[in-house]
Design a protein around this ligand. Structure first.
Ligand code: SAM
Length: 214
């Protein structure tokens, strides 16, 4: 969904960093071979994630929802040279695809994949993070937040993707079987009211919230 006119959106993309060659390859192969390729962050949002990560220069990064590894590689661009990126996905069919691209990058040895339900895996990660990217099932965003907030350093950042959900967060009449929209509405309100963090919701792509732990 375009929240700004398409020609202005193209202008924004054309005046931002180009997409690195490896990520172009990854994107092409995802669109050729993998179901639901629109889940991939893509060129513009990927450059935003890369820039945010470079500004933070995190030691440890956690990603919840790897898919084919696009956003993990973008976030890894800002990681410290001795840093680690841990990324979780429940879909075992994506595991080898992710690994192949991680190993083609210069960050391969610093990227650790975790296969399974993020809510089971996060409590077992015995480390603290400087940057967390939440981009898995929308129904569990609040659960992911609660699971990681005590594993986030002071000043650490949580990025939450798809928080505008194609604008559906404004819709008070969502369908009965739509569990994502009410979960995101509740999540966005809880971020705004949580005194442990400060939050800005950016209207980038499908909505990206930056929350900083105080
Ligand atoms: C939107 S995609 C992630 C896209 C990726 N971050 C990117 O930008 O390229 C969401 C991913 O979350 C994974 N996922 C869904 N529920 C999950 C869960 N409970 N635990 C871990 N991963 C989950 C899905 O398998 C899917 O690959």
């Amino acid at each position: 969904m375009h929240f700004i006119p398409e020609d202005l959106d193209n202008y924004v993309v054309n005046h931002s960093e180009d997409e690195p060659e490896l990520l172009q390859q990854l994107s092409r192969e995802t669109y050729q071979k993998i179901l639901q390729p629109r889940m991939l962050s893509g060129h513009y949002q990927g450059r935003v994630l890369s820039m945010i990560s470079k500004l933070i220069n995190p030691k440890n990064i956690l990603e919840i929802g790897t898919y084919t590894g696009y956003s993990a590689l973008c976030l890894a661009e800002g990681m410290k040279s001795n840093g680690e990126l841990h990324t979780i996905d429940i879909d075992e069919e994506l595991f080898d695809f992710q690994r192949r691209y991680f190993d083609k990058s210069t960050y391969g040895k610093q990227i650790f994949q975790h296969l399974g339900n993020a809510l089971d895996i996060i409590p077992k990660l015995d480390m603290v993070f400087d940057l967390v990217f939440i981009d898995a099932d929308k129904e569990n965003y609040s659960n992911y937040f609660n699971a990681i907030i005590n594993k986030l350093n002071t000043g650490g950042i949580i990025l939450s993707d798809n928080v505008l959900w194609s604008g559906k967060v404004l819709d008070k009449t969502f369908k009965k079987d739509d569990t994502s929209t009410p979960a995101l509405i509740e999540y966005n309100t809880s971020l705004k009211n949580d005194k442990r963090i400060e939050t800005v919701l950016l209207p980038i792509r499908d909505g990206l919230t930056i929350s900083r732990k105080m």
